[in-house]
Design a protein around this ligand. Structure first.
Ligand SMILES: *Cc1c(COP(=O)(O)O)cnc(C)c1O
Length: 393
């Protein structure tokens, strides 16, 4: 089975040489030498001031909210991985959704402002599929309403915006180093901030609030990364140039061959790309399901990221339906992209999709609007109340 991604495994001999170091030192966790080295190298590689490693990206979000003392509610995006929302709810901060921009698929700054209420203390936005948010507009909204800004930067590893790391925006940014991500430590994550005092507070929060052997300062939790995980990270960091090059190659071939037939996420101006995902927007959910079935039949397993739209989660208080997010989540499919994806498999993905996408226009035109010519059908389709039928462009 060809999956949407495949965990990158570094050179085994190199990894085992780090394991030898761990055996030699006997230091397995609690901010050991490999975690320190990985923090130093990531600080340089990403171009950030402070980076604190954690044992996953979800806890990184939860600790970020704690570090900023958040309560009340936070405006967030319905089009993201579920952890962006669940981490808020877990910390008893009420998520309030604002809709996304139809083109960039990121939280729409204008929509944010409309949803702010007297309890709102923060904005939690995701750089969706590594595409930088409109960080300037979000900063202006936050300033006007005295809100904190947290970026879920899990998909934005290495992304630069206007020449510097996009992770430097907002009060805090978080990362995930889960095995399926562009860069990983098997399980892991990080919090990034420009504020040294906040960074010190985060370090305490990640280690039970322990200052030293005799002093505990406030409540904390265990979010420590272990040395074996850091070893994997150090090895993979050596390979990043190669990983990015291969992903770019695959992305370019998809773009060239599918770009005229499906919707692609519009890049935020000045946002660099890391090709952590290759999402396509199909014309409708039924087309998406047909494409997925056709690919599955060939042993290829694309994924619906992000589905369902998070404003439909059953465990939340009733939410205002976020129309663009709901429509988009029904028709976005992420295609396989990872170093080592065989070219013939990618060709197979492309051919299968092209066959489905072209068959569809004929079949549906005939089935739904037998009397209408194509132009009438197009007009009718755009005026349908169901967002399912709208092509977002
Ligand atoms: C992966 C991911 C997370 C969660 O990170 P984990 O390390 O799996 O806990 C959160 N938000 C987004 C957008 C992600 O892609």
């Amino acid at each position: 089975m060809i999956n949407v991604t495949k965990s990158y495994l570094c050179n085994k001999t190199k990894f085992l040489s780090y394991v030898d170091c761990i055996y030699a030192s006997g230091w397995l966790t609690n901010h050991g030498p490999l975690v320190s080295e990985l923090e130093d190298r990531l600080r340089d590689y990403l171009g950030v001031r402070n980076i604190i490693l954690t044992n996953n990206g979800t806890l990184a979000l939860q600790i970020a909210y704690r570090a900023l003392d958040l309560s009340g509610s936070a405006i967030t995006t319905p089009f993201s991985f579920v952890a962006t929302t669940s981490s808020l709810q877990w910390e008893r901060i009420r998520p309030i959704f604002a809709d996304i921009d139809k083109a960039t698929w990121n939280l729409d700054p204008l929509a944010i402002e409309a949803m702010i209420d007297s309890d709102t203390q923060a904005i939690v936005a995701t750089h969706v599929f590594g595409n930088a948010c409109d960080v300037e507009s979000i900063a202006r909204v936050a300033e006007r309403h005295r809100l904190k800004v947290i970026y879920d930067g899990a998909p934005a590893f290495g992304v630069r915006y206007q020449g510097e790391s996009v992770l430097n925006r907002g009060d805090l940014s978080t990362l995930s180093f889960h095995a399926t991500k562009l860069f990983h430590t098997i399980e892991g994550g990080a919090i990034v901030t420009n504020d040294d005092a906040l960074a010190a507070r985060i370090r305490l929060l990640c280690n039970f609030g322990i200052v030293d052997t005799d002093l505990i300062e406030g409540i904390g939790i265990n979010a420590k990364l272990n040395e074996f995980a850091a070893a994997m990270g150090l090895c993979i960091l050596d390979d990043m140039a190669l990983i990015l090059e291969q992903r770019e190659d695959i992305a370019r071939r998809y773009e060239d061959q599918l770009g005229d037939h499906v919707d692609l996420q519009k890049q935020q101006p000045h946002s660099q790309r890391n090709h952590s995902y290759f999402p396509i927007g199909l014309a409708s959910e039924s087309q998406l399901l047909r494409c997925r079935a056709a690919l599955n039949a060939k042993g290829i397993n694309p994924r619906r990221y992000f589905y369902p739209s998070l404003d439909t989660l059953g465990y939340l208080q009733p939410q205002t339906p976020q129309i663009h997010s709901r429509a988009l989540s029904r028709r976005v499919l992420c295609l396989p992209i990872y170093p080592g994806l065989p070219r013939h498999v990618q060709d197979n993905v492309i051919e299968t999709l092209l066959a489905e996408v072209s068959v569809r226009s004929q079949r549906q035109t005939a089935a739904f609007w037998p009397q209408a010519n194509v132009t009438d059908w197009m007009e009718h389709r755009f005026s349908l109340p169901s967002p399912d039928c709208k092509r977002i462009s």
